[in-house]
Write a protein that binds this ligand. Structure first.
Ligand SMILES: NC(=O)c1ccc[n+]([C@@H]2O[C@H](COP(=O)([O-])OP(=O)(O)OC[C@H]3O[C@@H](n4cnc5c(N)ncnc54)[C@H](O)[C@@H]3O)[C@@H](O)[C@H]2O)c1
Length: 347
């Protein structure tokens, strides 16, 4: 493991992105989002993703420019076209617009089409929670989950995050509707480790502990028809509602270097003050958190956590101690830097 300071890691990633010709603001957002995911301990969506982003940028299937435009706008709705820009700037731009418009209208929901992988969904919902609003953010991806009852995949591991402000920190749910995010298979494969049974099926529909076989097959949805149904509804919001693509009509981040991913996002902000006094809301969330956390723990559980609490704890620790990167990931970053003349500064 290599221990790195977050600000140094971010500056390193930013320099690499700029060397690859990525527009400055987009590069800053991507570097910040990647390192933020590592800070939260979501290493599957952190700097380990820089390699594939650069590969796609260099292959010309993702725009290095900022081509994000608003196609349609009404008081509480936005239709954004990412123009095949990087997914992180597209999602951040859209959430910031939703927050702005929600102050007037009480809420604002947006669709984004022609976008790309945006990393961890919680990054964007936390922006709303920081402004005293509830944030919602989801994305669709190409086929990786088999619909309940089907033996082949159709929906992606479509993530969804909902964040609510509290009194001390936000409560942030951020999850894929599969038992695990695909990123956990990608990371296991990079580290040469097996995956637990119950995460994935191989291409013939048999359980597998080999992450490479699981990537060729499908991931299991959480809770059978419920996870399957959630993935379908996210695809409707992100794909069909955006006038974009969905399910197998989207293109794979890893397996397809010829076509843009064309993924969609569904993003929204709800201004609490239009519904209830913000202080009453915050103290209600705080009371709920206290009551849940003081329930009798189940056998073998030492502490009950609220959604996102683990991320907050890891962020605090990583800000103090630095981010621990597996040697394989740090080595990959050094090689990427070396190839474009960016040296990792000695700390
Ligand atoms: N961009 C994309 O296309 C894409 C696709 C899939 C997933 N993702 C991202 O992958 C990341 C990981 O997703 P995941 O489904 O593997 O998440 P996860 O299973 O690690 O966590 C899911 C949720 O459960 C909560 N949680 C976990 N352990 C808990 C505990 N002990 N007590 C209480 N709550 C707990 C977490 O706070 C989180 O809100 C997310 O950031 C997601 O946005 C992104």
């Amino acid at each position: 493991m290599k221990q790195v300071k977050p600000e140094i890691l971010e500056a390193f990633c930013l320099n690499i992105l700029k060397k690859h010709g990525v527009e400055s603001q987009c590069a800053q957002t991507v570097a910040h989002c990647l390192v933020d995911a590592d800070l939260c301990g979501v290493s599957t969506h952190g700097v380990s993703r820089l390699a594939i982003y650069l590969e796609r940028l260099d292959a010309g299937v993702v725009s290095k420019e900022n081509r994000i435009t608003i196609e349609r706008e009404s008081p509480a709705a936005l239709v954004v076209n990412a123009g095949n820009s990087l997914g992180m700037p597209a999602a951040k731009f859209t959430m910031e617009k939703c927050i702005e418009k929600a102050r007037e209208a009480g809420c604002c929901f947006a669709t984004v089409k022609n976008s790309n992988h945006f990393g961890a969904a919680a990054y964007y919902t936390r922006l709303a929670a920081e402004q005293g609003m509830v944030g919602i953010c989801a994305a669709n991806l190409t086929s990786k989950i088999a619909p309940y009852g089907a033996s082949e995949p159709y929906m992606g591991t479509n993530p969804i995050s909902i964040a609510s402000p509290g009194e001390e920190g936000a409560v942030v749910l951020d999850m894929a509707p599969s038992v695990v995010a695909l990123g956990k298979l990608i990371m296991a494969q990079k580290l040469g480790k097996p995956i637990p049974e119950g995460w994935a099926l191989d291409k013939d529909g048999h359980p597998t502990t080999d992450p490479a076989e699981g990537r060729k097959g499908s991931l299991l949805p959480i809770g059978g028809p419920k996870g399957s149904g959630l993935a379908i509804m996210i695809d409707i919001l992100c794909g069909v509602l955006s006038g974009g693509k969905f399910g197998p009509h989207l293109h794979d981040l890893y397996g397809d270097m010829q076509n843009p991913q064309e993924v969609g996002h569904f993003i929204g902000a709800i201004d609490i003050s239009h519904f209830v006094d913000v202080d009453i809301f915050r103290s209600g969330v705080a009371q709920m958190s206290r009551e849940i956390k003081s329930l009798r723990p189940a056998e073998g559980v030492s502490e009950i956590f609220m959604p996102g609490e683990g991320s907050d704890n890891r962020r605090r620790k990583n800000l103090e101690q630095g981010i621990s990167l597996p040697d394989e990931i740090f080595g990959e970053l050094l090689a990427i830097g070396k190839a474009c003349g960016v040296v990792f500064p000695e700390e």
